[in-house]
Design a protein around this ligand. Sequence first.
Ligand code: HEC
Ligand code: HEC
Length: 341
Amino acid sequence: MEGARLQVMRALAGLCGVVAVFAGGCANEQEKKGHELYAHYCSHCHGESGRQNEGFNWSSMPDPKPKDLSNKSEMGTFKDQDIFNTVSRVMLDTSEEGGDEIGDDDFAVPTMPTFKYTLSEDEIWAIVGYVRTLHGMKLEFKVEERKAQLAEGLNAAQAKFEQAKQAYEAAEKKASEEAEKKSEALKKDVEVDESSYAGEQAAMAQAKKELDAAQVALNNFSMRPGKGVSIPRPDLTVAPAKSAAPLVELGKRLYENKYGCNGCHSINGEGGKVGPALDRAGFRLNGTWIYRWVKNPQAMNYETRMPALGLSDADAKAVTMYLGTLRAPKAEPPPTDKPAS
Ligand code: HEC
Ligand code: HEC
């Protein structure tokens, strides 16, 4: 009896999204997925039930410590979208051209990692739904509507692009017809005046950009952003006239103040313990490997708890250079003659 019921439940769960009638079953499926993802990506810092000092990493983290997610009076002040935005922050462009400073992030706690570059939007909503249950609330955000919006956005961008393309083609045709007429009249070759349709060309390029962005947004709703992305071999050399020191210094600041790597890794005994200590990274790990790993850890180990943190190429290079300088001697065996204190 019990077994058959379970099978029916599973079958219904498998139909999630296709058969809206079983919406109740789908909600359970989302909640289960959210729970699993939370356990894998969040519980080491926030604890299985969201309480302080419950996760194994909580006490070794630098301040501020991970927030108590079971505290309804505080968590209740956040909207679903606020929680989503925290978990899925966009990393600022702190390069010279980007214009943002390291530490400008509104959230300003780098040791709370962003999962924007690791998980699909759908997965992050499932996690937000689970976080809600930790303080006795329910997700109210309409996730399916959001997906429908993204699909509509793609359709609109597609239509806009088609229009821009037609306008460009018409303008180009007109310009070449004019050139042809002139050339017949003058009895010699006349070049097409490309500047006459430069505006249409620029508008088409812009529409194409928007179309690509709409496509990525829809893809990222149900697919992990790093999927299928391969990281080309980096150039880790420093121009001979330049010193590596400023790059190493930048890497250290990025490590702590932008990406919060120290929330999960320790150096000299300081920092989290979700990942291995990095004191000897410069001896143990090859630069190209480190670069590829920090850019897209999931491509190298799909199940790793280390998120892809959205490092730009330049940031990944600086962080790699910094890790290359970490060359602590092998740990001494603990002293045996230490007097009791
Ligand atoms: C490396 C440890 C770490 C991991 C992993 C981590 N967090 Fe956090 N989290 C933090 C820290 C630190 C804070 C900041 C506390 C503060 O603002 O005082 C925080 C804050 C938060 C907040 C409060 C946001 C606010 O606006 O105050 C939420 C919600 C949250 N985390 C959810 C999550 C979820 C969900 C996951 C997993 C997908 C996760 N965290 C993974 C360390 C972590
Ligand atoms: C949420 C925790 C977390 C954060 C944040 C994090 N890491 Fe990791 N990292 C890990 C875990 C866990 C591993 C272990 C590898 C695995 O899962 O296979 C790891 C592995 C590594 C390794 C390989 C270490 C070895 O000895 O094999 C390097 C290098 C590394 N991380 C660098 C970084 C850098 C640089 C940052 C910041 C840009 C960072 N990590 C942020 C969790 C984290």
